[in-house]
Design a binder for this molecule. Structure first.
Ligand code: ADP
Ligand code: MG
Length: 240
């Protein structure tokens, strides 16, 4: 059974069909890439899956056997579906550690505070933010460290699935290499990953399956090598 299953999912903003009848499945344990030109509906797709800040207008979304398309963002997170955002998001006035603790608080309804703090510390060290960074304000971190903090906060939730929205955007080449390694290690923890990126090479090195969106619809999906050589995909990318 697929861990995540979308069936005919749509979201419109007025007359603009940002996501238009999208269906696909993500299997447990894989890294599933989502590509597409700017404005093709990638971030909106993550929004409707996670219910943050809105669910779909139409269609069905199942996560781990449960219908989630009418659930709140909080309930979906508690089922084990976490996400990061395209722009670095954190509570800037809180410390690095406090941010991770907020994520860890989602990791189970009756989690004891000691376990929450341990999960937060472990997730931070996993992404490379050691104890020396714990007391720093999130707002003072570099772009790269803020992205790492956003990842740590999501990992601290101990999700079954993590949706990553353009984790490599505005990073330097060496930082991108570090991010690729980190994403592999996250997958190595048994977390299923859906990865949005508009840079195809980044996705090619990580994904077992690739889906390309264009104007809110699925242009091509399947084996990454086959998908990127699809003439419609080449045209959609060259046309932007
Ligand atoms: P991508 O992430 O692929 O670049 P988005 O999902 O952000 O694309 O956007 C898809 C389309 O929906 C774009 O035309 C964008 O302007 C529009 N859009 C996204 N979010 C909103 C919103 N909250 N209100 C109105 N239009 C939106
Ligand atoms: Mg986007």
């Amino acid at each position: 059974m697929a861990l995540l299953e979308l069936d005919g999912v749509s979201k419109a903003f007025g007359s603009l069909k940002a996501v238009d009848g999208v269906s696909f499945q993500v299997q447990a344990g894989e890294i599933f890439g989502v590509a597409g030109p700017n404005g093709s509906g990638k971030s909106t797709l993550f929004n409707v899956i996670t219910g943050i800040p809105f669910g779909p207008d139409k269609g069905r979304i199942r996560f781990d056997g449960t219908d989630i398309h009418r659930k709140s963002g909080n309930d979906i997170a508690r089922l084990g579906l976490a996400r990061t955002f395209q722009r670095e998001t954190s509570f800037d006035g809180l410390t690095v550690f406090e941010n991770a603790v907020i994520g860890a608080g989602y990791g189970g309804p009756a989690r004891k505070s000691v376990a929450v703090r341990e999960a937060a510390a472990e997730a931070l060290e996993f992404v490379g933010l050691g104890p020396a960074q714990f007391g720093r304000l999130a707002g003072e971190l570099s772009v790269f460290d803020r992205k790492c903090l956003m990842l740590a906060t999501a990992i601290a939730m101990e999700p079954r699935m993590l949706l990553l929205d353009e984790p490599a955007s505005s990073l330097t080449k060496p930082e991108i290499e570090t991010s690729i390694g980190l994403i592999r290690r996250i997958a190595g923890r048994g977390i299923t990953i859906v990865l949005i990126e508009h840079v195809l090479t980044f996705l090619m090195s990580l994904s077992q399956h690739l889906l390309v969106l264009n104007q809110g619809t699925v242009l091509a999906a399947g084996d990454p090598k086959t998908v990127i050589s699809d003439p419609r995909v080449v045209e959609a990318y060259l046309g932007t």
